[in-house]
Design a protein around this ligand. Sequence first.
Ligand code: 5AD
Ligand code: SF4
Ligand code: FES
Length: 350
Amino acid sequence: IYKLYENENLSDNELLKLLDEIDIFSFTDKNRDLLFELSRKKRSIYYKDDVYMRGLIEFTNYCTNNCDYCGLRNKNINVDRYRLSKEQIIDCCKEGYKLGYRTFVLQGGEDNHFSDDVLVDLIISIKKLFSDVAITLSIGEKSKKSYQKYKNAGADRFLLRHETANKEIYENIHPNMSFENRINCLKTLKELGYQVGAGFMVGLPNQTNSVLVEDLRFLKDLDPEMIGIGPFIPHEDTPLGKFKGGSVEQTLILLAIIRLLLPQVLLPSTTAMGTLDKLGREKALKAGANVVMPNLSPTNVREKYEIYKDKICTGDEAAHCRGCIERRINSAGFKVNMSKGDYFSWDNIN
Ligand code: 5AD
Ligand code: SF4
Ligand code: FES
């Protein structure tokens, strides 16, 4: 663990040994304590105790894909599908801007209704209204041409989790999708100058520690600006509904290792963590996460964006995320930072 802290890297074998030997459920495990302590120390070198805020707008829950884990998969007929209009999306941004948000994350299923022209118009309109915000897209796999168009329109960042770095597992749970295309999309996005987010789910079926090492190695090599990881939570209306999900504890270990491997990365404390454990997001911040993405979607559509069961921030409490999350961040010993929050060395590179 000290070596990981010093070198910001380990060999695959050393990573595997670390994962195998750490007792993820023991709160008295010395290695576990040390890992969290060093991860917190590393995080503070670049980001102090700041937590960056991103306003999440889930603008469509239509999806042409059929990912085996996801409640929004095309074949799930129990979903009440919705699309937000341009006006509704802009209203979310206005609301968010008033609350202080300077990053908007436009997230949706792969929905052809939002053509390139529609998206470009939307991005231009948001950028015209708010010149000092960053726009992050999270809309799945597209062609290089499309990614270029959104970039030209003013999109700054793109989230596309790789989901798992193991080709076999990937293609098993993604009918009609190819692992190569996923990876190529990520490389294209980097080439085009986006700040890129990759990431994976923890606790997928057949995910051994050596598969997790593949994920860590993939991330270290890709060197993305953002990494989203969270526990897999089975959804009953999906093919993986009966499988066991991932744990908060194992995700915390992986968050800490990622912070040590890629010290400057923007690492969200995800909603899935808060769903499995009331204090899951606070624990993630303490393990090395430094981003939170509260929901800005209109409250009447939030429960329809059900990628997994019992997702938080969808019920009566939904209107108060901004205040709720700030209290939680402070109680965990951190400070809200409402700035655009670009990647640490971004300004120096460009
Ligand atoms: N449990 C946890 N995470 C999920 N995602 C999709 N379905 C689930 C699930 N059942 C994650 C995927 C996707 C992100 C938007 O949500 O990693 O990239
Ligand atoms: Fe669609 Fe994304 Fe769900 Fe896959 S994970 S089915 S692409 S919304
Ligand atoms: Fe959404 Fe607490 S952060 S209700």
